[in-house]
Design a protein around this ligand. Sequence first.
Ligand code: ATR
Length: 273
Amino acid sequence: NDLYAVVGHPISHSKSPRIHSLFASETGEALEYTAIQAPLDDFAGTVQQFFERGGKGLNVTVPFKEQAWRLANQRTDRAEKAGAANTLFQDDQGLLVADNTDGCGLVRDLTVNQGIRMKDARVLVLGAGGAVRGVLGPLLAEAPASLTIANRTVAKADGLVKLFADEAGGCQLAACGFEQAKGPFDLIINGTSASLQGDLPPLPATVIRDGTAVYDMMYSLQTTTFNQWALDRGANRVMDGLGMLVEQAAESFRIWRGVTPNTSAVMDELRND
Ligand code: ATR
């Protein structure tokens, strides 16, 4: 069986082995997918060992996505712009190639699974860290009317606006602080890690209108802190990041195996775990 793995630190909580095993049995692909905890000071050595032993592909998660990007000999265009990689494999010559499937996974979940119309929508993205940088390209490619990046540190949001200005096309791309995000918005995507500390971004209630869809890139069995905040302010549609998680995995699987797995059955399985 071909060998794949996810590398992170910590890694025991990762859902990727379960997701890819479900993909494998559903598609009949003969592969094994494990989880590897790399030492914090030797991600590169862990990757090298994995491929030397015949491994076929890696997913990369916190805190190694930027290191994976730097380590690669080649990057896909979307990985280049994302500044981080979640998917590694070797080309015919054994060179390490990096891709980033996070943004594609988010957009596929929003548009295909959730049926949200991104074109001409007014979109608010919260956060300006690695997670947000990783999804901005694919979000802009959907041609929203506007995309506002709000962040605690406004300078970081400004930096992302500059970085992605060339991909904005007709979309109005802007940065601001949380308090300055006026709205209302059709879609709000939370890409901050604020809720890990139990914090909420101090947004005015005007960002939400009747019909605003809210997406928390975090995945949790309970309603996330941010989604609960949005529900309390009248959002009538909240989604968490489970679909994104499964869709980014499906895109990696497609890159490695050339086969597209059926994601909806896998999402149902995970909800019931
Ligand atoms: P990630 O890979 O998850 O994006 P990151 O690059 O460290 O991690 O970015 C974390 C994001 O969450 C940033 O936008 C950060 O805001 P700052 O740029 O101002 O640091 C945001 N964040 C983290 N903790 C937060 C909090 N308690 N309140 C608001 N925003 C927070």
